[in-house]
Design a binder for this molecule. Structure first.
Ligand code: HSE
Length: 416
């Protein structure tokens, strides 16, 4: 029989309380939370005072504790706790996508060096078991693409404002009250949160450790009534969709932007706080997973699933990283995008290589066409401060032609 684990928990917010509830209401699996470390000394807690500590070392130095569960907000403090725990030979479960995405390299190395397990299913896609699916089921098959909706808050806001005509502040407030949003919702609405998740997924899907700073994230803060009208006239819904795609062999492109989604796409009907992940394999084709991407109980359930996996000695093997399923991350790619702009100066900055649709009127101008992602990355701040809006019109990204030519040249040199 599996051993009954003793858990030391960091953080007792939305997910921590969700875990506590799910654990106490699960029939099959038993584990005890024996200590909870929290920061705020003034807050009333729904658990016995004996369980609470304000000193992290009461957990980190407790030899009785088998598993550390880290569910705090502050990514740097979380990294200190998690790395210290791993160095002490403790297994760790975390849901902290920002901490993971920023420190993937160090955390990978610590797991190898100290032969400990770090599990983080709850960090991406809420209760959707995407990481274990990639790790276990797709451990060998070469993947072409992973895309989807990885942020519950923005999907909730887009659903409520577009379908149900709520105002943006009201929809955001609801997302906060329901426990979907990050404590700083900028992370959600500007697309940082789904970017962190995309970086984590890229490691398990393609084996690459990518620095989040190098990946473009555009959110929904500059979305305008005219963009919504354009999309609905064409029968599209607007979704914030990360795309992680294999390009011409072994390079990988990653970006997080809004996208116009057609009714033939699985993501079209993914609404509210739900997330959806589409995994495209070389041989298996397209798979679609949907579930609650945010919220106390669904995320608590994902954390509990990791704790249960730990009780059976489970560890990520990072096979795609070890086997080098991809060689490189690149932003030198071409995307097809809709760009709403104010003046010709805006259009000159974000140079489109090809324009297939153009509209100009006094207060509404847009183009649709092909543009190099690097141009958008260079001008991200300009786009945001001038309230311009970019949306992909499909999920296809392709390597820039110059890049393809240089790969061909390298291959020729290698064979001569
Ligand atoms: N703020 C996140 C979201 C929470 O809305 O998806 C789950 O990671």
């Amino acid at each position: 029989m599996a051993k009954k684990l003793k858990i030391g928990l960091f953080g007792f917010g939305c997910v921590g309380q969700g875990l506590h509830y799910v654990l106490n209401n699960s029939t099959g699996f038993k584990a005890d939370i024996i200590k909870i470390a929290v920061k705020d000394k003034t807050k009333e807690r729904s658990v016995s005072k004996d369980l609470i500590t304000f000193d992290k070392y009461e957990i980190l130095n407790n030899p009785e504790i088998d598993v550390i569960v880290e569910l705090i907000d502050d990514a740097e403090e979380a990294f200190n706790i998690v790395s210290e725990a791993l160095k002490k030979g403790k297994h760790v479960v975390t849901a902290n996508k920002k901490m993971l995405a920023i420190h993937l390299e160090e955390l990978y190395a610590l797991q190898q060096k100290y032969n400990v397990s770090l599990l983080y299913e709850a960090s991406a896609g809420g209760s959707i078991p995407i990481i274990r699916t990639l790790e276990e089921y797709f451990d060998n098959e070469e993947l072409e693409k992973v895309s989807g909706i990885f942020n519950g808050t923005t999907n909730y806001i887009l659903t409520k404002t577009i379908n149900e005509k709520l105002s943006y502040p009201v929809a955001l407030k609801q997302a906060q009250e329901k426990g979907f949003a990050e404590s700083d919702p900028t992370n959600d609405v500007e697309g940082f949160d789904p970017k962190f998740k995309a970086v984590i997924i890229a490691l398990h899907a393609f084996g690459l450790i990518i620095k989040p700073d190098e990946v473009l994230n555009l959110g929904i803060t500059t979305l305008h009534e005219n963009d919504i009208k354009y999309a609905s006239e064409k029968g599209y819904k607007i979704k914030l969709t990360p795309v992680i795609q294999r390009l011409d062999g072994d390079k990988v492109g990653v970006l997080v932007t809004p996208r116009f989604v057609k009714d033939t796409n699985q993501l079209f009907n993914v609404e509210n706080e739900f997330n959806g992940v589409i995994v495209e394999g070389k041989f298996s084709g397209e798979q679609f997973l949907q579930g609650r991407g945010a919220g106390s109980y669904p995320t608590g359930a994902a954390v509990l699933s990791d704790i249960s996996a730990l009780s059976h000695g489970y560890k990520y093997e990072y096979k795609k990283h070890v086997q080098k399923h991809a060689s490189d991350f690149t932003n030198d790619v071409i995307i097809t995008a809709y760009f709403r702009y104010n003046s010709n100066a805006d259009l000159e900055k974000i140079k489109f290589e090809e324009i297939s649709e153009k509209y100009n009127s006094g207060d509404y101008n847009y183009v649709v066409g092909k543009v190099n992602l690097e141009n958008i990355i260079k001008n991200r701040d300009y786009i945001l401060t001038n309230s311009l809006f970019i949306s992909l019109v499909n999920d296809k990204i392709s390597l820039n032609i110059k890049n393809i030519q240089s790969i061909k040249k390298e291959n020729q040199l290698a064979t001569t």
